[in-house]
Design a protein around this ligand. Sequence first.
Ligand code: SF4
Length: 147
Amino acid sequence: MSGTTKSPWIMHYDASSCNGCDIEVLACLTPVYDVERFGVINTGDPKQADIFLITGAVNDQNKEVVKQLYDQMPEPKVVVAVGICACSGGIFRDCYNIIGGVDKIIPVDVYVPGCAARPEAIIDGVVKGLDVLEKKRLKLREKEGKK
Ligand code: SF4
């Protein structure tokens, strides 16, 4: 995290969550947890997002949306699956319309377990995501021949 050069911008998307994990994501932004004090900004624009925070499992209806949002994000980017549904399908995994966890559609870098995932775990997942983001950023610079 020491080499981070800008505030991480996060995009949150609810795939098919029961909203339990979404409430915990919002809790991270309240004065109690106040994740913005670390420079984390919540954006609805994939073109400005570094970290894709997803709650809920993927299904036939949202799989294209998840893919499109991911594709619109600039490189380097990180995906954080929040809650057991996003990690593996969770309690909904055997439902007729559920494909499974987010990694069935796009690559996931950090898995945050829990039902619902606790705000402390989500913040920890974002911090882990920042490390991954920095490594990807360095790799990209090497590839482009920059230091
Ligand atoms: S992990 Fe639990 S709280 Fe989160 S979306 Fe799934 S069922 Fe809801």
